[in-house]
Design a protein around this ligand. Structure first.
Ligand SMILES: [Zn+2]
Length: 78
């Protein structure tokens, strides 16, 4: 297994503390403008800003809840 390190602080990333970021920078040339970055949770939060981060965490929680609900509905239907 290859090790992944945070692009910002250099910390080794574990599965639970790893945010993959695909970044497109504009305006860009054909030579670049696209980045695949790996961040730890705290650097990721710093990177996108507290407001966006909190909004994303909320969306994640809602998504998880919906998945759970769907799972339960399936179980009940059986
Ligand atoms: Zn970091």
């Amino acid at each position: 297994m290859t090790k992944t390190f945070c692009n910002k602080c250099g910390k080794e990333l574990k599965y639970s503390d790893h945010r993959k970021v695909e970044l497109t920078v504009r305006p860009y040339t054909t030579y670049g403008g696209r980045f695949n970055l790996d961040y730890c949770e705290s650097c990721f939060k710093e990177f996108i800003g507290e407001e966006e981060y909190n909004a994303m965490i909320q969306r994640e929680a809602e998504h998880k809840k919906r998945v759970e609900e769907r799972k339960k509905e399936k179980e009940l239907a059986q």
